[in-house]
Design a protein around this ligand. Sequence first.
Ligand code: CO
Length: 207
Amino acid sequence: MNPLQRRKLKKLFKNNKAWAQSMTQDDPGFFMKLAEFQHPEYLWIGCADSRVPANQITGLNPGEIFVHRNIANVVVHTDFNCLSVIQFAVEVLNVKHIIVCGHYGCAGVKAAFEGSEFGMIDNWVGHIKDVYRWHKAEIDAQPTEQEKFDLLCEKNVIEQVANVCHTTIVRDAWKAKKDLTVHGWIYSIENGLLKALDAEVSATNPV
Ligand code: CO
């Protein structure tokens, strides 16, 4: 590591100290309270993209949102990492909302859209290629490449919402009459705004 890199890393610790100080200035017991328990109402399943930070774009503090991120916010039925997060969030933390949030301009979705190859990751992107295949007629009917790509980003969110709803975890929660709603949102990197897609599912408003 060269000295510049070392200084950049040091800056992170400096930032961290300043942030911790400002948090305790506003609320002296903030970290003490958090150390005892977390009580998030939301589970966020989003893209790993560095431009889509869950807490910042929703204005939520530590302790307020439980987060799982992967490339292109994909929920795969055999992904024990994602399933474990969902189970913990629903059964232990009792979150009220699961938000699947995609974003326009998603590189993972783009790779599926263009069929570009990156090696191992193509297997992951294959899940989004499935989404494209299921909605090919509607997507290909869009007038411009941009609109096709945008629509695939939205369809990917909606399909992942369906995947969340079909997990045994969420189905069991609804059977037990838990107050749990699954949402599909999309974020625009260009203007920083979130949009709710027509994909809100609960026990009383099924898929
Ligand atoms: Co992305």
